[in-house]
Design a protein. Sequence first.
Length: 406
Amino acid sequence: MMDAVTAAMLVDLTLVLLLVIQVLIGWQRGLVSTVFGVIGYLGGAVLALWGLSSLLALTSIGPDSTARAIIMLVGVLGLASALHGLTAQLGTRLMARRRADGGGQLDSAGGAVVNVLVTAIVIGLVGMALLPVVPDAWRRTLNDSRVVTATTDRMPPEVVTATSELTRALYDAGFPPVFGNPLDEPRMEAAAPDDGAVTTPGIQRAAASVVKIRASMPGCNRVAEGSGWVAQPRRVVTNAHVIAGADRITLQVGGTGARLPATVIQFDPNRDLAVLDVPSLRAPALQTAPALENGTSTVVAGFPLDGPYDLEPARIRGTVHATGRDIYGSSMVTREIYSIYADVNPGNSGGPLLTEDGRVAGTVFARSTVTPQTGFVLTNDTAQAALTAASSTNRTPVGTGSCATD
């Protein structure tokens, strides 16, 4: 089996060869044709993002589904490539006479320079977009690649921000933006999670109190799935973005069995928390844990990618006071959160971060678009208002607002 170093070297050799080929292509096409091609590529990507998002909103394909991500990725690349070819050909025709008259040397040199620079930028953008979502082995290869690292590390802050937004659009994870500027996210080192943490008796007992949530949102023509945890008898805590805009909410204990109807009794789009009242719920409540220290071994419990119940080992990277936007992107809010070393995916939203003895340390609500294997968890202090609502006898339904922005 190929080791990580060899794989990274092959990636670098392939990318260097690609850059050389792009120099030759740029020289042949010339500056004008190359610039026209770049304009077509960007225009095609923007058009595909807008058009596909609108079309998919009319289908039953959920925002967290793998199919949606594949459709978006293939559609964006396909339309961008098609318009790139058309506009580049237009530029070539416009410059054909001038190049025939001997005025094409400068145009060719400019085309070579611009084409190789654009290719290097694309390598960096693709690397940044893929890092949060590819399998671990691929991620290690990309991190070890000198070409990928050289291009990503030299990206301007504005490009980093734009790429993070593009990544969200492509994968449509539904997670709220944790930081107003992705570059504000602190890098926190931590030891790898303990795989054995998922087998402790406390973690196994907690499974009886973790639920899979399904929310129907007719106003935006979609169905959302997420996770939640039992905080009190007949009360479930989840994320506001999981049920925002929903008119019908059901849940299943452990992700199987009867779908129990739920009513929203608290909806907080700022902290991204909601409390559900479930009259027919008989699952036991989970206890909450005090604040955790850096390095504490934990477990993410939930239903990623609309799948079965899943346990992912995790470790606390650190506690952060993160200033980002609410679930609608309309106002700034500061949340106390844990940054965790773990694999967090759409569908984990609203699920608990468990200590090894089965207590709830916080509520999972997002993942990093910058740092691989990094998730974000609302601390119990941030969730205090929701936990208080869960303990109350109030059963008055509240509205769920409009659908959350992606």
